[in-house]
Design a protein around this ligand. Structure first.
Ligand code: MLT
Length: 204
């Protein structure tokens, strides 16, 4: 399974970022946001290869709007395989690769953490929700997660965001969860918090 992607070589001393967009966007959508967070980072940005009503996503939804769990698992593994194939070709050390996902992109990043924890050491989840509750406990010790949620998000009930944070917590990940006084859209404060997190964890 292949993906369109965009690569920007940056400063090798900075943490490389894996960009995963929201529904209806593409591999260029998060570039300006990533540049706000880390101006000189290497960026690997991948387009979701499911098209729903003309909108790109990383996995399918069922007609009732819930996630197609079979497709979610299949595409998460395929995405993980794709990243493992191309990241080294671009000189990216995967042990340093941090996901930056918005909405559907955050959800596939969490699915990857649960199903393929070897792929990413850390993830920045912007407006993420529970993709599925892992059947077996996952060991995410040492993983670093920042989750930015909107308290008035009409798509993600706050209880769902808190449940996601709890799954990470019980799995041993180091999770920072910030509740923002806004909806699904991002605010400047999200960027400031993510930047501060990146600086404190990686010195970037
Ligand atoms: C979306 O529309 O992208 C949802 O909020 C999240 C998802 O479908 O994964």
């Amino acid at each position: 399974m292949t993906h369109h992607y965009h690569f920007e070589q940056g400063d090798n001393a900075k943490t490389p970022l894996l960009l995963l967009h929201g529904t209806g966007a593409d591999e260029f959508d998060l570039i300006p946001l990533a540049r706000q967070i880390s101006p000189d980072a290497t960026l690997l940005s991948i387009r979701g290869n499911v098209v729903e009503h003309g909108q790109n996503r990383y996995f399918s939804r069922l007609p009732d709007g819930t996630f197609d769990q079979q497709d979610l698992r299949l595409r998460t593994h395929a995405l993980a395989d794709f990243i493992a194939e191309i990241a080294p070709k671009h000189g990216i050390d995967m042990s340093t690769l941090v996901a930056l996902g918005f909405s559907n992109g955050a959800n596939v990043a969490s699915a990857m953490m649960f199903l393929r924890p070897e792929i990413l050491p850390a993830a920045i989840l912007l407006r993420g929700m529970v993709p599925f509750v892992p059947e077996n406990p996952v060991a995410l010790d040492g993983k670093k997660i920042i989750l930015q949620s909107g308290m008035e998000d009409p798509i993600i009930p706050i209880a769902n965001a808190k449940q996601l944070a709890e799954i990470y917590r019980v799995s041993g990940a180091e999770i920072s969860h910030h509740l923002m006084p806004t909806g699904h859209g991002l605010m400047q404060q999200d960027m400031l918090q993510v930047r501060a997190w990146l600086q404190s964890h990686y010195g970037d």
